[in-house]
Write a protein that binds this ligand. Structure first.
Ligand SMILES: [Mg+2]
Length: 284
């Protein structure tokens, strides 16, 4: 993970916008425009800058991210063993009334309008919605601050793969999931976390308030038959789109797919995509 933007971001955005528009009716655009509202207004720096003025200052970016989330220090301490990090550190979280929470709240309001409208429309299969996990349903801001936005697998595991530690829900997303359930949608979760983290992911979603059906939580199991065309090295877009195809082959119609990364959303097998904000890292 890194806060460095990818060269692919612009082209991805265009392809997602085109895809949403192509399959859209008027109200379908509600979710599409929610995604567009979260489109990056700040262009990524060039991959090979020739002047320092082409790159934002990394400390100022970190400060802006903290301001956007409404950085708040908690009394909860980190889950990393003290023999590794030298002692307990107070964790940070987002402000439930900060800019991040408000922006997600607007996206959720628009998504609920769309799901309510679409509930009564005719379509193929049983209606479903699909959510990514990290920074779509589960918020990892505390980990990013603890690690100063530098990805470290073992430190990350202490936060996300730890039965004694739970990360909070992304604000408003439990309400959205409950709204979807109340309106007859089947709820699926699709994460890039490995299959070894399946039980932990179900536990994390449960602790955050989502009450997931275990059989509707998909982690990256490269032995799954629907991944045979890309295994053993499936890129995120392949893994996620093939898994959505598998879910639809079970008789579901994925009405909306929610993710914080463009790689969560590309590749089809969802009527529309909704991008959640995440300025903390970029995953191709
Ligand atoms: Mg994510």
């Amino acid at each position: 993970m890194s806060i460095t933007s990818s060269r692919a971001r612009g082209s991805r955005l265009l392809s997602i916008s085109g895809w949403v528009a192509a399959g859209a009716s008027v109200l379908l655009l509600a979710a599409g425009s929610a995604g567009a509202r979260n489109a990056p207004n700040v262009p990524p720096p060039p991959e090979h800058p020739t002047k320092s003025t082409q790159i934002q200052n990394i400390d100022q970016v970190r400060t802006a991210i903290k301001g956007y989330y409404g950085d708040t220090t908690t009394t909860q301490v980190d889950p990393v063993d003290n023999s590794v990090d030298g002692g307990d550190k107070a964790l940070h979280t987002f402000d439930p009334n900060g800019a991040y929470a408000k922006e997600v709240g607007k996206i959720v309001t628009a998504a609920e309008r769309t799901l309510k409208w679409h509930r009564d429309r005719k379509g193929d299969g049983k209606k479903a919605v699909l959510f990514d996990v990290d920074d779509t349903t589960i918020n990892t801001y505390s980990y990013e601050i603890y690690s100063n936005f530098v990805y470290n697998p073992s430190i990350n595991a202490a936060f996300v793969d730890n039965p004694d530690f739970d990360l909070p829900a992304v604000p408003h997303m439990v309400d959205l999931v409950n709204f979807a359930k109340d309106h007859g949608y089947e709820v699926f979760y699709l994460t890039g976390r490995g299959v070894a983290q399946l039980d932990g992911t179900i536990q994390d979603l449960d602790a955050a308030g989502y009450a997931p059906k275990a059989e509707n939580v998909y982690t990256k199991d490269l032995t799954a038959p629907w991944l045979s065309s890309c295994a053993p090295s499936c890129a995120t877009i392949q893994y996620k789109s093939l898994t959505r195809q598998h879910i639809e082959s079970l008789g579901f119609n994925i009405v909306a797919s929610f993710g914080d990364q463009y790689s969560d959303l590309e590749g089809g097998f969802a009527d529309r995509t909704v991008k959640l904000p995440n300025p903390m890292y970029y995953l191709p």
